[in-house]
Each structure stands twice: as structure tokens, then as C-alpha cells.
Design a protein around this ligand. Sequence first.
Ligand SMILES: [Zn+2]
Length: 199
Amino acid sequence: MSQTLQAIPARKGVAHRLRAGSLVKIINTHGSQVVDCWAFVLPDTQEFMSMEHSRAEISRITPRIGDSLFTNRRRPILTLIEDTSPGVHDTTLAACDVYRYQRLGAKGYHDNCADNLVSAMKAADVFLPAVPCPFNIWENSRVQPDFTQTIEPPLSKPGDYVILRAELDIVIVFSACPQDMLPCNGADCQPKDAHFVAF
Ligand SMILES: [Zn+2]
């Protein structure tokens, strides 16, 4: 049983294979980092974790401890086992991409979660069928009573973690979101490393 702490470097992504029944702990080392998370079933990655299917299955817009996230074929793929943070995570927002940063006024290339997913899957030699909406761990997005949506700095503290259980054989991908033009990774707009350990 390997319990090596692995980095999710600031602005970058990493893929990791998990067997059904194994756990992964994702740590918000500095407290303010949003970690985009995707999961794809192995070996048929055309089945993957889907936020829109998950919300319909749990009748909530973010999972509580004990809730599962579901695939686009409505099978549980990950279950939230533990969460030391206030439980504020987003399931509604697309991964940041080059177009997002262009629209925010970035000049030239800007690191982004969508490309981090592509690179991580390529490095892991796993076919990527699509860029699904991620489970945006610690992203503090809120839907207001008038249905407007706000994105504020995370409420998590340094060292907060979530533990997810794989319900299927999967490849899981994490991206330490490189958003530095809005305060979604903290008021200082400075993306930072996060860490994970699989066991
Ligand atoms: Zn991002």
C-alpha cells in the first residue's frame, strides 16, 4: 500500500490511476487553492464523472459526506468520505480554458485547467474523450436567491482535506487551478501547490 504524498504543482495537472475501493486524500496545503477534479472509467473512458448527472442523482448542487458523484451512465464513480473544510465546492462551472483568459484580457498563452487535463491524460497515456465539467473542490461559488452566481475566495483553511473513494477502476485527474485574474484561488490571486495521497 503506497501512501506517498504527491504534489499537484501550482498551475499544473496530474493524473493517477485508482482501483475500485481505494481512497484518495486531496489536501489544500495552503488553504486557498481550488483543485479541479475529473474521473474517467478504465478501460472505457467514454464513461466519466458528470456533474450534471451527479446533481440530478443527489438532488443537491454540491455533495455532502456520504454522497456519491455519478458518471454519464449514472453509476457511482466517487464517494465523498471525509471533508474537514466547510464543504463548499462547485459542480456548476466549466474548467478554465484559454478562451476564459482571453475574455478576461490575458495577453498570450495562460495556463488553464482544460489544457492541464489534456496534458495529464496524455502523460498517463489514457484516451480523453471530452473535457467534462470538473468537480471544483473548494471553489466558493454560490447561487443567490435571485439566481445570480458569485465566486469568492475559498473558505477552506491550510491543511483542510477531502477523502474520496473510487467506486470503479478509474483515472483521476487534478488541476491546481491557475486562475490569477479573479480571486477564486484566494484574495491574493496567487495559485499555489496542493497535494494528494492515494491509499
Ligand atoms: Zn482553472
